[in-house]
Design a binder for this molecule. Structure first.
Ligand code: IPD
Ligand code: CA
Ligand code: CA
Length: 272
C-alpha cells in the first residue's frame, strides 16, 4: 500500500463529497442531534460516500467518522478520520465556510490530511514530512510574532455549559491580541492558520474536526499543541481538548495567557 495512492483516494473522495453536499444544499432536510446539534441529510450521505469509497479499496482499514462511526477506537493500525461536513451550521445557512475533512493515521500518527471547501474551490492537503499545499501551491504560516497584531480564531461548543471558561478566554484574547474570528469550521480555521490568513487557533473539539487540518498546519510551520499538559497516556495527535495552534513565536505567549484565563475561571468557581 503506497501512501501516494492513499492521498489520491482521499483527494478524490473529498472532491466527490464536496460535489454531493453542494448539490444537496438546495433542498435540505435539517434535524437536531441531542436537541441542539444541527445535522442534515447531506452530512450522512457524504459520510457514506467517503466511508464506502475507502472500505471498497481497503476493507481492513478502520474508520472514525462523525455521522456513521463516531465511537471507533483511535488505536487502529490503519485509521481514517472523517468529518463529512465541517461547518454544518454554515452549510445550512448558506455560508461558504464549509469543508469536507479526511485524514489517514498510521499507528496513531497523522500521515496525510485533506480539507476541501467546495464552495470556495479550495483544497488544502499535506503529507507527513512533505509540506502543505492549497490548490497544489505550497503554503506557510504568517510568521506573526507580536501578540497585539495576532488575529485569533476560535469556536464554541453546541452545548454551552462552560460559558465562564469560554468568556474568560475570549476576554484575555481580546485584551491582548488584535481581534477574534469565529468562522464556523474548525478544520478551515486551522487551514487558514496554515496559509497565513489567521495567526492563532484555540478550541476544544473532536478528532474529526482537526485530524486532517492539524497535519496541514504543522506541515506549514505552525506549532500544534494544547493549552494545558495532557494526561499521561493521551495521544497528543488525537486529543481535541484545549487545542492551541499558532505561528511559532505566538505559541508560548498565547498558552500562558489562556492558562491564566483558566486559573481565573477555577478561582471564580471556587469562590462562587
Ligand atoms: C463544528 C465546527 C465549529 C466548531 C464546533 C464543531 P460541525 O463542527 O468545526 O467550528 O466550533 O465545535 O462541532 O458540527 O460543523 O461538524
Ligand atoms: Ca466538525
Ligand atoms: Ca460535521
Amino acid at each position: 500500500m503506497h501512501e501516494t495512492n492513499l492521498l489520491t483516494l482521499a483527494m478524490r473522495l473529498a472532491s466527490q463529497a464536496g460535489e454531493l453536499i453542494a448539490s444537496q444544499r438546495q433542498a435540505l432536510s435539517v434535524s437536531f442531534k441531542d436537541g441542539t446539534e444541527l445535522v442534515t441529510q447531506a452530512d450522512v450521505a457524504a459520510d457514506r460516500l467517503i466511508t464506502e469509497g475507502i472500505l471498497t479499496i481497503y476493507p481492513d482499514h478502520q474508520i472514525l467518522s462523525e455521522e456513521l462511526n463516531p465511537e471507533q477506537a483511535t488505536d487502529a493500525e490503519h485509521l481514517w478520520i472523517i468529518d463529512p461536513i465541517d461547518g454544518t451550521v454554515n452549510f445550512a445557512h448558506k455560508h461558504p465556510q464549509v469543508a469536507v475533512s479526511i485524514a489517514y493515521y498510521h499507528k496513531g500518527k497523522a500521515r496525510l490530511g485533506v480539507v476541501h471547501n467546495p464552495f470556495l474551490q479550495e483544497t488544502f492537503h499535506a503529507q507527513a514530512g512533505k509540506g502543505a499545499r492549497l490548490n497544489d501551491q505550497p503554503i506557510r504560516v504568517s510568521g506573526k510574532e507580536e501578540l497585539k497584531r495576532a488575529l485569533v480564531a476560535t469556536g464554541f461548543p453546541y452545548v454551552k455549559d462552560e460559558l465562564p471558561l469560554l468568556m474568560n478566554r475570549l476576554h484575555t484574547v481580546l485584551q491582548n491580541c488584535a481581534d477574534v474570528r469565529r468562522l464556523g469550521s474548525a478544520a478551515l480555521d486551522i487551514c487558514w492558520l496554515a496559509c497565513g490568513r489567521l495567526d492563532v487557533y484555540y478550541e476544544s473539539v473532536k478528532p474529526w474536526d482537526f485530524a486532517a487540518a492539524q497535519l496541514i498546519a504543522r506541515e506549514a510551520g505552525a506549532i500544534t499543541g494544547h493549552i494545558h499538559p495532557l494526561p499521561a497516556g493521551a495521544n497528543p495527535e488525537l486529543c481535541g481538548d484545549n487545542l492551541l495552534m499558532s505561528t511559532p513565536a505566538l505559541f508560548k505567549p498565547l498558552q500562558a495567557l489562556l492558562q491564566q484565563a483558566d486559573q481565573l475561571t477555577s478561582k471564580q468557581a471556587a469562590t462562587a
